[in-house]
Design a protein around this ligand. Sequence first.
Ligand SMILES: *Cc1c(COP(=O)(O)O)cnc(C)c1O
Length: 320
Amino acid sequence: MNHLPTFDDVIAASKRLEGHARRTPVMTSRTLDDAMDAQVFFKCENFQRMGAFKFRGAFNALSQFSPEQKRAGVVAFSSGNHAQAIALSARILGIPATIVMPRDAPKTKVDATRGYGGHVVMYDRYTEDREQIGRDLAEQHGLTLIPPYDHPHVLAGQGTTAMELFEDVGELDALFVCLGGGGLLSGCALATRALSPACRIYGVEPEAGNDGQQSFRSGQIVHIDTPNTIADGAQTQHLGQLTFPIIQRDVDDILTASDTELVECMSFLAERMKLVVEPTGCLGFAAARQMKDELRGKRIGVIISGGNVDMARFASLLIS
Ligand SMILES: *Cc1c(COP(=O)(O)O)cnc(C)c1O
């Protein structure tokens, strides 16, 4: 393994993000603290630019492009938050962005990506391989491919989320982080080991796709089929070559949450805290609620990773 990112890379990322990323608020609920008999601090990345923490990693990566890379442009494949994060960061930095998206991606996501100035290339998710399309575009046009999680600059950028949380509230006893491919979790783990060394860190993934838990417990990266879950930001099939060793070294355990629990959390956050959170963004909170007995009297951090859910879907999930 050539060198893994460290907390110094997270600090460098936070300097690059200054004046570009929003320093998102930390929110609390007295009702919840009473119910949990603990202190819960939510780091609200649903208020980040483009609606999720992914802006941090994307901006940190693009702002380190060489002049030639900037001129040629960036390519990313994603139907979700990474696409919008790359498109917005590229626009801010004056870099052309090409985003490879499935033809059946939600119109709102395609429109949002185009709205940020991204050039969208469609593919058929049943007959074409998006990674191949991305690589071909990169090769033919000299574009730089930025993956959604397995990249040192991406995960260092994501780590600024936990760094800000510890700067704002001090040391914690436990931190719960949503887990897909592990960019957010590995970056936050680097910040946690530096700023609150005794804090227990948990990654939380959908019950239907617990490849991260299987990998963590078996000691090697486990691949699964795309899981069927409402947590569409965490439908990844495997952890990354960079994210996995950091998670193995610095994370305490990987937990899971069911779709039913995610909906209960969305409902609580909307009703009690007036927060619109997408299903994936509730993973950390769902696991913290499961551990109520062990967490009594503790100071707990929960990362709310994003709030991009269209209102019709939000409403239908809550009434289902
Ligand atoms: C991408 C994403 C995740 C998962 O992040 P990874 O870095 O892939 O683990 C969680 N929540 C939201 C809202 C996301 O967009």
